[in-house]
Design a protein around this ligand. Sequence first.
Ligand SMILES: Nc1ncnc2c1ncn2[C@@H]1O[C@H](COP(=O)(O)OP(=O)(O)OP(=O)(O)O)[C@@H](O)[C@H]1O
Length: 511
Amino acid sequence: MNESAPLAVELRGITKRFPGVVANKDIELRVARGEVHAIVGENGAGKSTLMKTLYGMHRPDEGEILIDGRAVTFRSPADAIAAGIGMVHQHFMLADNFTVLENVVLGSEPTRGVRLDRAEGRRRIRDISDRYSLGLDPDTLVEDLGVGDRQRVEIAKVLYRGATTLILDEPTAVLVPQEVDELFGNLAELKREGLTVIFISHKLDEVRKVADSITVIRRGTTVGTADPATTSAKQLAELMVGAELPTPQTRTSTVRDVPVLQLRGVTVSAPGGRALVDDVSLTVREGEVVGIAGVEGNGQAELVDAVMGLRPLAAGSIVLGADDIATWSTRRRREQGLGFIPEDRHRQGMLLDAPLWENRILGHQTRPPAVKGAFIDRKGARADTARIMREYDVRAPGPDTAAVALSGGNQQKLIVGREMSASPRLLIAAHPTRGVDVGAQSVIWELLKDARAEGMGIVLVSADLDELIGLSDTLHVMLRGALVATLDPASLTPEELGSHMTGAGSTAGAA
Ligand SMILES: Nc1ncnc2c1ncn2[C@@H]1O[C@H](COP(=O)(O)OP(=O)(O)OP(=O)(O)O)[C@@H](O)[C@H]1O
């Protein structure tokens, strides 16, 4: 770090309180111009809060923000943007049926009422794309782009607004290894052009590969900075949580030859008739984890919805135990032993404004601890929520805390605890460890392994390839709605799996 040049970003003594929680306490962050700086820390450590403060979404209660050596006060993201700070959110905010040009330009001029100057916009996007090797064509429709390109559109949007410091929130969570490499290439390019990148990540190997320096946050405060060249992933994990780095590996097979779930010819159609899920057949047996790999948007989410009864089938059957459940309601499916860890906990798994105890009984309203006789059992629900919070290490003040006040990882632990508590015969686990830290990840992996050993069948949909390879007994690859390969996880590398997912895989290695 060049000590004489002013820092691109410096946070001094930042404290941010929410009711009952000190999310950030005395945080110190020093980011040099032109570096890639990673922020790591366990769930609820305060990373998002800190980044939102830097992006003008929160006002700090105490502390100072300095940009290029000058103290600033941000009243809103508009102020942060004017100071050259841009944020690339984890969930893309693009309109599918618009072009790259329209998304980039309109996204940056929503309220000014200026007419879109297409020629000028096109020229500037081409410049940005060339300068930072983003490979974007302004006239492509966003719906025709893959996940990696969409992320580059988000980056272009931020650059178009003149950002010189980019904040990326868990940018690799949705990418396959090849795309991760491309993103890292893009980040290197930004750096070469003198831009500064701050990114949050739970993937410590990646952090070590791409970051110039690392700030570790623990329980709301900075515990130190680490040099990626000399700090191992294990040491980083220990700094973060004081725990050993977990592995998802399961060794001995626990598969019994008793089918729990059988899908035959399952087909789900889009309104226009196009197959989103195309003739999928698979079997999950007792004690078996069946993994489904695929780049996001290849029908995995729709398949999961179909099994849970959240989308109608165009054709096919779904047999749970001995019952064809294809026409059953979601509630009946759950009562008969289907458990569900949904992909999007904000849409499906939780009521954010409701207290944790209500979230504890969500989807399980018809049995204890939700009810006693004919009545809602608030006391029982609260007590059981407290149990889950203890056993699953959900960090929050108590069962009456609103779900919205929990960090993402702690929300996820509550959902996993709730679903496991119902002892389902078959669990659909969609991205069960997305956004959770290494400590919580290992807890969730252990829970899945224990449940498998006790005979639970599990369908695991995940974008984390190590998780898929490590936990699955059988692994299917889904591409454009169809299962295109069945692979043996015992002899598969993440790179091989990645090529199958993008359709580049050879049939060699298929089981
Ligand atoms: N709007 C809010 N209201 C109340 N509490 C909040 C709010 N936002 C965050 N918190 C609390 O602040 C703390 C830090 O949360 P934050 O989301 O910053 O953590 P994080 O490090 O980003 O976690 P994760 O890795 O799980 O996303 C947590 O205890 C969380 O419950």
